[in-house]
Design a protein. Structure first.
Ligand SMILES: Nc1ncnc2c1ncn2[C@@H]1O[C@H](COP(=O)(O)OP(=O)(O)OP(=O)(O)O)[C@@H](O)[C@H]1O
Ligand SMILES: [Mg+2]
Length: 271
């Protein structure tokens, strides 16, 4: 297996409660969806808390979490499983999806639009009321464990017509919209995760707010909560504030020199 094809099956079972700050009413919605056996789609920009949310919900529902980072070379067989040669014998090895279907885990397919189209053939019967997984190579049909749940995520910002999800896939999921949390909550998150005082965290959030406002002028996406946490971690280790913001927030966002200057001015204004 090449590196690219390696599957990140995530960490499970989760032993420690992940820190998660609810932004709207998403905790109750996830619980209701889980009880109702409805698959969930998370939409939102990078670094706004989607993965953390799923980790938290898996912990709360006491279900194993199996994460697959989708990419353009991901085939259905990478999800389902394959025959492997072991000591001159071919043995079947379940893929992460099959594993989740059997044990009643939460299967989280991250950036689903990147996956190859043949994966939808697998996902469809699992995400409507049939809840079955067909393993053609083995001639096996598995009825999903009662606790099995499918969660997918994608970033509508990167969406192109070629890569958009088909309606027949979209309409098998309930959807939750994620965005950067409101300022006060985001400051608490940054303060908690970056272990810095709430006042400095608040300033980083103000900076992010301004950067997010200039998005229309050429930035593909605003500064994520994740980048604010990076900046606070540099600050925490004694790096000067301008350098921390530049290296953790501005430079990762864009290569455009004009935009860099605008971003530097914003830092000067705030700190
Ligand atoms: N509501 C929240 N509660 C707690 N932490 C949060 C929250 N939102 C964001 N974070 C923090 O922001 C970081 C980035 O979030 P996360 O990795 O979940 O983003 P994501 O939406 O999955 O991004 P991507 O689409 O790039 O995978 C997390 O590691 C966490 O520290
Ligand atoms: Mg993620």
């Amino acid at each position: 297996m090449t590196n690219k094809n390696e599957l990140n099956t995530g960490s499970y079972p989760l032993k420690k409660e992940p820190y998660y700050m609810q932004v709207k009413n998403e905790i109750a919605i996830f619980k209701a969806a889980y009880d109702a056996k409805l698959p969930v789609m998370l939409k939102g920009p990078t670094g706004c808390g989607k993965t953390r949310y799923v980790e938290y919900m898996a912990y709360k529902l006491k279900r194993p979490l199996i994460t697959v980072a989708c990419h353009e070379d991901l085939f259905a067989s990478d999800l389902i499983g394959r025959y492997l040669l072991k000591n001159d014998e071919t043995v079947w090895v379940d893929g992460p999806l099959t594993n989740a279907v059997r044990i009643g885990g939460i299967c989280y397919l991250d950036e689903i639009v990147e996956a190859r189209k043949d994966t939808t053939v697998v996902i469809h019967p699992l995400t409507d009321d049939r809840r079955i997984l067909t393993i053609d190579k083995k001639g096996e049909i598995i009825h999903a464990h009662k606790d099995f749940m499918m969660v997918i995520s994608y970033n509508p910002g990167y969406q192109s017509i070629l890569k958009d999800l088909k309606q027949s896939t979209r309409q098998r999921f309930i959807a939750l919209e994620f965005d950067y949390p409101e300022a006060e909550k985001e400051a608490s998150i940054v303060s908690h995760e970056g272990k810095i005082d709430i006042k400095t965290a608040g300033k980083l959030v103000t900076l992010a707010g301004k950067i997010r406002n200039i998005r229309e002028h050429g930035l593909a996406e605003g500064a994520s909560t994740r980048l604010l946490i990076y900046a606070s971690r540099l600050l925490k280790r004694g790096m000067p504030v301008h350098e921390s913001c530049r290296t953790a927030i501005c430079l990762p966002l864009t290569d455009d020199e004009g935009l860099q200057e605008t971003l530097n001015d914003l830092i000067e204004d705030i700190f």
